[in-house]
Design a protein around this ligand. Structure first.
Ligand code: TMP
Ligand code: ASP
Length: 235
């Protein structure tokens, strides 16, 4: 049973349930970019992200990655396990684009020689700055270095599962952002969402962008692109 609204983020609302250990994530139709300096709305986007995330969480669970996902409740709602969120955005990159090309001058589209894992401090006031392990320890974002290593290992593990999955569906998984939390027992589990809002997908044959870059860069057809990603995930 859905109870009080506990938290509202840019992409989701989180509600309490009548069971302490379970919450409901409701996916919103709002689109934001550049720290919400750019705002938009796409009716049905929340439902698409909810379905895509549900499928991918199920795939990851099947392959041994612990997630907060329990089950889908409706078009745009899923039941999730309560977790204490770790305020680190774990970004995993296969191909250079976005902030990586801007920051380091690596040409857009360069295939990286190995999977790059980066940490960003999830803090809107500071605009989610990139941090290293020592910054994370000083900020007490993790309890010890082993936890940071676990975030990196899980990021690489998710990539090892999702990259071939999307490749088989003619989508290049360029990069993505993950968020993790700790469950009641202290175990680190994958949380948040995995959707075209948090990943970059390029069509393997045409190079077409099928993710939130369509909104960020005003390319149009945002919803059509998300629908295409769902279609391929379900194929
Ligand atoms: P970036 O190139 O802008 O750093 O983005 C890297 C990946 O992380 C990309 O797949 C988009 C995703 N991302 C988010 O999900 N949320 C964010 O706030 C940002 C900046 C990026
Ligand atoms: N999600 C961030 C925002 O809403 C940035 C982004 O994904 O581009 O501002």
């Amino acid at each position: 049973m859905k109870k009080d609204l506990l938290y509202e983020g840019k992409g989701k609302k989180i509600f309490a349930t009548d069971r302490e250990d379970f919450l409901i994530a409701q996916f919103k139709d709002d689109l934001t970019a550049f720290d919400a300096a750019k705002k938009g709305f796409e009716k049905g986007k929340g439902a698409l992200n909810c379905q895509i995330s549900a499928q991918l969480f199920e795939l990851l669970e099947k392959n041994g990655v612990p997630t907060h996902y329990v089950k889908k409740l409706s078009e745009n709602e899923m039941l999730i396990k309560r977790a204490e969120m770790i305020p680190i955005e774990v970004v995993v990159r296969n191909i250079a684009t976005g902030s990586l090309t801007k920051r380091l001058g690596i040409p857009d589209g360069t295939v990286l020689p190995f999977t790059l894992v980066e940490f960003y401090y999830k803090n809107d006031d500071l605009h989610d700055p990139i941090i290293n392990d020592e910054h994370a320890m000083i900020l007490e974002l993790a309890q010890n270095e082993a936890e940071l290593e676990e975030l990196k290992r899980l990021g690489r593990e998710v990539n090892a599962i999702l990259k071939p999955f999307f490749d088989g569906r003619d989508l290049i998984l360029v990069d993505f952002k993950l968020e993790f939390g700790k469950d009641r027992t202290g175990k680190i589990i994958l949380a948040d969402e995995i959707s075209p809002d948090s990943c970059r997908f390029w069509d393997k044959n045409t190079g077409e962008k099928l993710d939130k870059d369509r909104f960020r860069q005003d390319l149009g057809n945002v919803k059509v692109a998300y629908e295409e990603v769902l279609k391929r995930v379900l194929q």
